[in-house]
Design a protein around this ligand. Structure first.
Ligand code: THG
Length: 266
């Protein structure tokens, strides 16, 4: 699994406060702790649209001074912010995200075509929002693929995020997610499938049970990347356990190594 650490997100109250007061120590610590848990990418999202580029730029400078090899997932709904942040990063990372919404692809794909080491998260939504059905998601996928092909973007750089509604309000949410994932992976084995892990449980009690079931069910159906909290030992344990059970991690070598290194918090 490719793990994108979600913690540096302005929608989390403590992070929003740290951003407001430009608390560098807080930001550096959260980045370091996620990297210690082997996050492959550090997602950064300001939650403050007016200061998006400035806040993300501040985080990038701070974190890459401590960790010269860090890779960021630039999480912004503003394509200009994504482009300016890409220029600041020492290492290629993840564009989070493009979609069929007006203004995204047109701005981002020409740059992504040149910066060939950057990966791209593509959401299966358009100006009408997130589709409910598998069919509409696949239609969005096909439209996206036409565009990425036009720009010569290799399929292994694409991380498709089918997007999920809460199962509390959309009972077929998970089933639609995995059916979309399966169809994409069958036709395009090099394309990655990614998801945030917590939308699925919105509005329900004991969210971690739903999130955990989602993680494992999705992994068994082609999801190979997640935007998640790597400091959550149960979740990280679930990933290593599932990779051992599916023989991706032969003889549980990675699982044992992660356990020995205290990755599961015990
Ligand atoms: N897809 C893409 N990008 C995304 C999302 C997605 N970016 C934002 C979001 N969804 C993923 N990021 C977060 C960040 C924080 C939380 C949820 C999603 C969150 N964290 C709690 C905390 O840290 O306090 C609890 C974490 C836990 O214990 O598991 O709520 O879907 N492309």
């Amino acid at each position: 699994m490719i793990i994108v650490g979600e913690k540096l997100n302005g929608s989390i109250k403590s992070v929003a406060q740290a951003i407001q007061s430009r608390n560098a120590e807080f930001v550096r610590d959260l980045a370091t702790r996620q990297l210690e848990k082997r996050a492959d990418y550090i997602d950064i999202c300001s939650g403050v649209p007016e200061q998006d580029a400035e806040v993300l730029g501040w985080m990038i400078d701070l974190i890459q001074t401590d960790h010269p090899g860090v890779r960021f997932s630039i999480d912004s709904s503003n394509p200009d912010t994504i482009l300016s942040c890409m220029q600041k990063c020492r290492n290629p990372g993840m564009i989070n995200s493009v979609s069929l919404e007006t203004g995204k692809i047109e701005k981002i794909l020409p740059v992504a075509a040149e910066m060939k080491e950057w990966n791209i998260i593509a959401l299966l939504m358009d100006n009408n929002g997130i589709p409910v059905t598998v069919e509409k998601r696949m239609e969005n996928f096909e439209n996206l693929i036409v565009k990425t092909k036009e720009f010569g973007i290799a399929e292994n750089r694409l991380f498709i995020d089918p997007l999920v509604f809460s199962v509390a309000t959309t009972p077929e949410s998970f089933l639609n997610f995995i059916n979309t994932s399966k169809q994409i992976r069958e036709a395009h084995p090099d394309i990655h499938i990614i998801s945030g892990l917590s939308n699925i449980s919105f509005g329900l009690p004991y969210r971690k049970a739903i999130n955990h079931a989602f993680l494992i069910g999705a992994m068994l159906n082609g999801m190979d990347s997640a935007i998640m909290d790597p400091l959550n030992g149960d979740m990280l344990g679930g990933i290593y356990a599932t990779e051992a059970l599916t023989n991706i991690d032969e003889y549980c070598i990675e699982y044992l190594d992660a356990y020995r290194d205290g990755m599961f918090g015990i």
